[in-house]
Design a protein around this ligand. Structure first.
Ligand SMILES: C[S@@+](CC[C@H](N)C(=O)[O-])C[C@H]1O[C@@H](n2cnc3c(N)ncnc32)[C@H](O)[C@@H]1O
Length: 227
């Protein structure tokens, strides 16, 4: 990155960081979902929203504000999310079937909107980070296959790369429209983009990935007896 790019990036980071602090948002990411909602019309009053990769909760705050009292919002993350009024949270890995079961149980019903700002732990090797990001996106798509209402919306972060066309094909099989967008609040030099997919088709020819409930591991005493 050139010095100039770094300067731009730092100014940008600082601008949204200060704004988030001033407006009491938990992360700068809040502005990304606000900007996307303003541009693409994601939330409606009363909507039910599932947010994947939700910690520390910046998107949850915006979702709750915009769906209002009558709306329903649930967030899932590997990391705990500080309690937020009117929002249910789950600590878990969405690639783990037990987390998926907990989500289905706690959410109970269908969603108007699925959000995913999930990001893998950055390995620094671009191909690895990209492949992990695509994998997380496929799990977000799987959540849509299970909980999204017909005509529902998916907003999802992806690190761009050569596997993106195959992800896009999966989205195009399921949604009427698929748009790639980079909100102003994203870092200017970042490879992350957001995919806004609208008009979920809820095809009955697409089977969600089967859920395999993990058996609790058997535990033994020192003598080898089963506990
Ligand atoms: C960029 S942060 C999300 C920021 C959030 N949208 C906000 O506004 O505060 C990405 C999150 O994805 C979560 N994440 C990554 N892999 C995940 C997985 N397999 N299951 C659940 N959450 C995951 C990370 O723990 C991290 O908190």
């Amino acid at each position: 990155m050139s010095l100039h790019d770094r300067w731009i990036e730092e100014r940008h980071h600082e601008h949204y960081y200060k704004l988030a602090k001033k407006m009491n948002y938990r992360s700068r990411a809040s502005f990304k979902i606000m900007q996307m909602d303003d541009r693409f019309g994601i939330f409606k009053e009363g909507d039910s929203v599932v947010d994947l990769g939700a910690a520390p909760g910046g998107w949850l705050q915006v979702a709750k504000e915009r769906v209002g009292e009558s709306g329903k919002v649930i967030g899932v993350d590997l990391r705990p999310i500080k309690p937020m009024e009117g929002v249910v949270t789950i600590v878990g890995d969405i690639t783990d079937d037990n987390t998926m079961l907990e989500l289905l149980e706690k959410f109970g019903g269908k969603a108007d909107v699925v959000l995913s700002d999930m990001a893998p732990n950055i390995a620094g090797a671009y191909a690895t980070d990209h492949a992990r990001s695509i994998n997380l996106c496929m799990f977000a798509v799987n959540v849509c296959d299970r909980v999204l209402k017909k005509d529902g919306i998916l907003v999802m972060k992806v690190f761009m790369g050569d596997m993106f066309p195959s992800l896009r094909r999966e989205l195009e099989k399921r949604f009427q429209s698929v748009k790639v967008h980079s909100p102003d609040a994203s870092r200017p030099t970042s490879s992350e983009v957001y995919v806004i997919s609208k008009g979920f088709l809820a095809k009955n020819t697409i089977e969600p990935k089967p859920i395999v409930k993990e058996e609790k591991k058997k535990e033994f005493t020192k003598k080898g007896d089963l506990i």
